[in-house]
Structures are given as C-alpha cells and as structure tokens.
Design a protein around this ligand. Sequence first.
Ligand SMILES: Nc1nc2c(ncn2[C@@H]2O[C@H](COP(=O)(O)OP(=O)(O)OP(=O)(O)O)[C@@H](O)[C@H]2O)c(=O)[nH]1
Ligand SMILES: [Mg+2]
Length: 357
Amino acid sequence: MAKNPFKEFYPVPSVDELIDIAFGRSAKKSASIPSRFNSVLRAKRGEVNRIKNVSVTIIERIINIIQSVPNLDVLHPFYQELSHLLVDKDKLKQSLGRLNGIIPVLQKLLSSQIREINKSESSNRCGVLRRQYYARVASILKEQKSTLEYLEEARRKLKTIPVIDTEMPAIVIAGYPNVGKSSLVRLISTAKPKIREYPFTTKEIIIGLYKKSDDMKVFQLIDTPGILDRPMSVRNEIEKQAILALRTISNIIVFMFDPTATSGYPIDSQISLFNEILHEFIEQVNVPYLMVINKMDLATAEEIDYLKANLPIDENEKNYVITNAKDGVNMDSLIESIMRLIKKHDLFHLDLSKFEK
Ligand SMILES: Nc1nc2c(ncn2[C@@H]2O[C@H](COP(=O)(O)OP(=O)(O)OP(=O)(O)O)[C@@H](O)[C@H]2O)c(=O)[nH]1
Ligand SMILES: [Mg+2]
C-alpha cells in the first residue's frame, strides 16, 4: 500500500497536556549547577535553565504538531476531494497560523524573563520570576485551546479517509446491486480484500489486489457498494463528492451487467446507469472501460443479445467479457482484458513485461 498521507498526523495534545509536557520535563532537568557558585548565582542559573527548558520543550512540541499536519494542497486529488468534505482547508490553515504565531511570543517572553532573573538580587526573587514566567506561558497556551481542539478534530476526521495505493492501476467496479460485483472482486483478488469505510457515510470501499505472485502487485480492484450503483438523480451531494474522488483514482472502469431478471433490476435501468457512468467517467475524464456481462449460467441467448445490441460492443477491441462470477467462469479472459487495457494505456508506466504469461 502506498503511504497513508495522514499516518504521521499525530494526535494533537490538549492545552492541559501541553502544559504538563512543558512543565514536567523542566522539573527534572534543573539539578546540575556547580556548587562553587554562591546561592543567588546558583538560583539565577537554576531558574534560567528551568524556564529555558520549558520554552524549548513547548516550542519543539508546537513545531512538531505543525509539521505533522499534512499539506492538503499537495496530496493526491483523491484525498483532496474527500478531505474537502471533512475539513475546512482555510480554517485548518488559520489554526496552524495561530499556533505558529505563539512561537515568537514565547521566545520574546523567555528573553525578557531571563533579563529580569539576571537582574534580581535574591534567590527568592528568582523563584518568583520563574513562577511568573510559568503563569504567563500557561495563559498563552490556554488561548490556543480551541485551536488545538480543532486540529485534533481535523486529524480524527482525515484519518478516516480510506487509504488507496495511488501508484498501482485501480480498476473500479460499477453496476447495479446484486449483479455480482463483490463475487467478482473476491474471485480475482489474490489478496484478502480490505474494507474501508468512507468517512462521511456508512458506505465502504473494498480494495482487492490482483497479484501474479506474492511479491508482485499487478492491480487493485475497487468495489464501491452504494456509490456506483444508482442513477445520478437519486444521489446526494456527499455521494456525488465520493464519485468525484473515485474519478481521480479510476484507471479502468469495469461495468457489470446482470442480463437476467435475478438481480431485480431491469436491464434498461442497468443500461441507462452504464450510460451515466460512461458520461461521468469515460467522456469527461477519458477512463478506459470494460463491460462484463455476468450470470452467463442463467442468461438466455436472447437476454445476452438484447444487452449486446444496446451497448457499444466492439468485437475487434474485445471490450466486453461474458462471465459467471459465482463459479469463476471466464475469469482468465477478464484478467487478460484488464491487462490489455493497462498495457494499451500505459497505466503508471508499470513494467508490464514481467507480467507476461
Ligand atoms: N448464478 C449466478 N449467480 C451469481 C453470479 N454472480 C453473482 N451471483 C450471485 O448473485 C448474488 C449477488 O452477488 P454479489 O456479488 O453480492 O453482487 P453485488 O453486485 O456485489 O451486489 P451488491 O453488493 O448488493 O451491490 C449472489 O448471491 C451471488 O452468488 C453468476 O455469474 N451466476
Ligand atoms: Mg457487493
């Protein structure tokens, strides 16, 4: 699997946690003042060290948080499309800006407090100044409460985006419910399909891998229950957005038909959904496609002929395959057709010679 762009977006601490982190470490690190110094000097050194440690610890941590937030603008469009739905990109940027903005404030506070400590004439005063510094730092951090909360909320949402391998040809399966899509994915996936939910719906995408051998990934099959199985007119905005996202990763569309009545969807509805997908994916973004006429064991010759007569069948191009996804009939020709398209369209410039039979 390609890298998960949100993996290193680590949990964002709450204000209280951040305060604990900063003041916790400083307490441990204050013991190494040479004993030859007199007590005021020792107090000054000690307190300066402590507040420096607090400052370094917090600033390090803040930089760490900022750096762990992925830059949405440079992600693969698949993640960009989905993240639009989950987080407000501008608000995320503003939050990072606000957090970043306290670094110079903390630095300035540190230098001025060091000056004050160095000027002081008693150990007691040094302690007072150190405590004053702690209180100021705490109040600067407390102002970041909602910013930190927002970042953590954004992180949790982004983490739910399904991870796909953007470097491997992705074959997206479309077609009405019950036509045999999942059966197909199960049959030709050589790796156990992974199931991931779309973050904003209860819908999930299922990613199966077709490999020739264990170390050789060839393509990924993506089954999208509830997303590419209905007319556009009945979709809500969220589902339309999911389709936009899918478009960015689809290298090939496999559209599956059930020419019999067993799936419960009339063949004309299936044809019209196919035409919509043709429009969405193929005409607009030029995705190569393959038609699969499934349930050949149940279909009559008339049913198959009717379907073929209404589809852009091209016998020379062999842009269709007739299958039985229950018993695994004609799976080899399906894989061959997919491989032919991968080669023809030079998808991701994979070195396909090693996949030749
Ligand atoms: N006879 C026969 N049954 C099939 C064939 N392909 C799939 N089926 C059966 O059809 C039913 C639906 O298959 P699924 O693979 O779940 O279909 P699907 O398109 O994934 O359905 P949804 O997930 O609901 O969209 C199952 O009972 C399968 O066993 C086939 O070629 N022949
Ligand atoms: Mg299914």
